[in-house]
Design a binder for this molecule. Structure first.
Ligand code: SF4
Length: 462
């Protein structure tokens, strides 16, 4: 793929062949020129779609009628069939670049792409399956022959490629071949899809240094892999509305578990290491603490511990002013999103930052939830979600249980979103937002990241 500042109008579609089928196997990367703004839009929309796939997969039984109906509605919207397929193709490859970087990212990406693929595959009509058979090369290894008996499709594969189905006696066997009905072939195709995608991501990761040397793409890709689809909580609508006396009560009622844990650790030990101060300090700023309140809050807590007032003023006050954009490059720093907390800077011994659903030992998490008086069945549901690596959904379940509601009614992406939704609910606010606006990567991301690096260094006292 090549990138230009401006979109070039294509008079012919040299990739028409690539989009000859509604179900894509992403064998070839896109070769056309696209603008950077289209690159960003496609990437954010794909990410949003994959997050919907993840949410639906947990809220409903996968492939159930309701699940399929909702997912179908998400995918169907769009302009022409050609544009839809083109976007699907290009956006898949953009996210490959962003999500090949770590094991966690790869695992998440493969899982969502597989669920999406399975949904699309099972939506295929037998005639589409037949055209796909002629159209793709994947078929040659697995599908020796495809037969259509009336509208019923059977696929002939070497029996060793269908051992799961042979074991469960779901297929007709003859001469070393298994004859598989259309609805069961998905098992085989999905295995193949996973293997191919996993290899492709490993290959992409190897060529990443070359892509990252492009200064236009590197910040964009980093942003995407830490991105969330939601509001930017650096804009403080309720600035000054929270008093310091309220924080203890708010931490129990309206803080997500990550911030509740940080608050407790700060109150208990009168200190937090730099990762915790960054995460918690920016969150507090996001819920509306003014600079003066923040200075007073951190100062009063720290001087109860080993730090005297003089040391606090010299070593810590500057960094808090910096966080509020009053020192250094005067950047207004943004509170961390869940993706950032979950994916970057994992806590080590003595740290309290991070996401408890991602970073805590399940047994410790269980004890913590028990100490917060969550019901045993609720704790089991949360631990199941954690086991499936659905950390934000586990947190959403924690929200529902602690607020005694059936359905949170929003898709959690940000600790400050958790706080705002909780406050809205507790104050009787009626219109809990279902959708939040998409935040496009900011053009000055590189600068912001550099400055965040600066801020980190001010906090590095341990
Ligand atoms: Fe915090 Fe997000 Fe983890 Fe919830 S999912 S505990 S809000 S980081």
């Amino acid at each position: 793929m090549q990138f230009t500042g401006r979109r070039r109008k294509l008079t012919v579609h040299p990739q028409n062949e690539l989009y000859g089928h509604c179900l894509q196997l992403y064998g070839q990367p896109p070769l056309e020129n696209i603008s950077l703004s289209e690159f960003e839009t496609f990437a954010v929309e794909r990410l949003k779609l994959l997050k919907t796939v993840e949410n639906l997969g947990v809220s409903f039984v996968k492939m159930s009628e309701q699940y399929s109906k909702k997912l179908h509605a998400e995918i169907s919207a769009g302009p022409s069939e050609y544009e839809k397929r083109r976007k699907d193709h290009i956006s898949h490859f953009i996210l490959r670049l962003a999500y090949c970087q770590t094991e966690d990212l790869r695992r998440w990406f493969i899982q969502q792409e597989m669920d999406l693929f399975r949904h699309r595959f099972t939506d295929l009509l037998p005639k589409d399956l037949l055209s796909m058979y002629h159209f793709t090369r994947i078929s040659s290894r697995y599908w020796k022959r495809l037969m259509l008996i009336s509208t019923f499709a059977l696929v002939q594969v070497p029996f060793q490629d269908a051992l799961d189905l042979v074991r469960t006696r779901k297929v007709f066997l003859q001469g070393g071949y298994a004859y598989i009905p259309h609805q069961d072939i998905v098992t085989i195709v999905l295995n193949d899809f996973r293997t191919r995608l996993s290899k492709a991501l490993a290959l992409t990761a190897r060529s990443l240094p070359a892509v990252q040397s492009d200064e236009r793409l590197q910040p964009l890709l980093n942003h995407l892999s830490h991105a969330y689809v939601g509001q930017d909580y650096s804009i403080q609508k309720n600035i000054g509305k929270v008093s310091l006396e309220q924080i203890d009560a708010l931490s129990a009622k309206s803080f997500p578990l990550c911030m509740r844990q940080l608050h407790k650790a700060l109150r208990d030990s009168h200190h937090l290491r730099h990762g915790g101060r960054m995460q918690y300090g920016l969150f507090l700023k996001g819920i509306g603490l003014t600079l003066e309140q923040a200075l007073q809050f951190w100062r009063s807590e720290f001087i109860r511990g080993k730090v005297d007032a003089d040391k606090f003023d010299k070593a810590y006050a500057y960094s808090i002013r910096h966080m509020f954009g009053k020192e250094g490059k005067r950047t207004d720093y943004t509170p961390y999103s869940c993706m950032k907390v979950i994916l970057s800077n994992p806590p080590s011994q003595g740290d309290y930052h991070g996401c408890p659903f991602r970073h805590s030992d399940p047994e410790l998490l269980k004890q913590k939830l028990q100490s917060y008086k969550l019901s045993p069945s609720g704790i089991i549901q949360i631990l199941d979600l954690v086991k499936g690596m659905h950390y934000q959904l586990a947190c959403q379940k924690y929200f529902e249980l602690t607020h005694n509601i059936e359905d949170a009614g929003f898709s959690l992406n940000h600790p400050n979103q958790y706080f705002m939704e909780s406050q809205k609910l507790l104050s009787g606010g009626k219109d809990i937002k279902k959708e939040v606006e998409i935040v496009q990567p900011q053009p000055n991301t590189t600068q912001a990241e550099e400055e965040m690096g600066d801020l980190d260094s001010y906090f590095l006292d341990e």
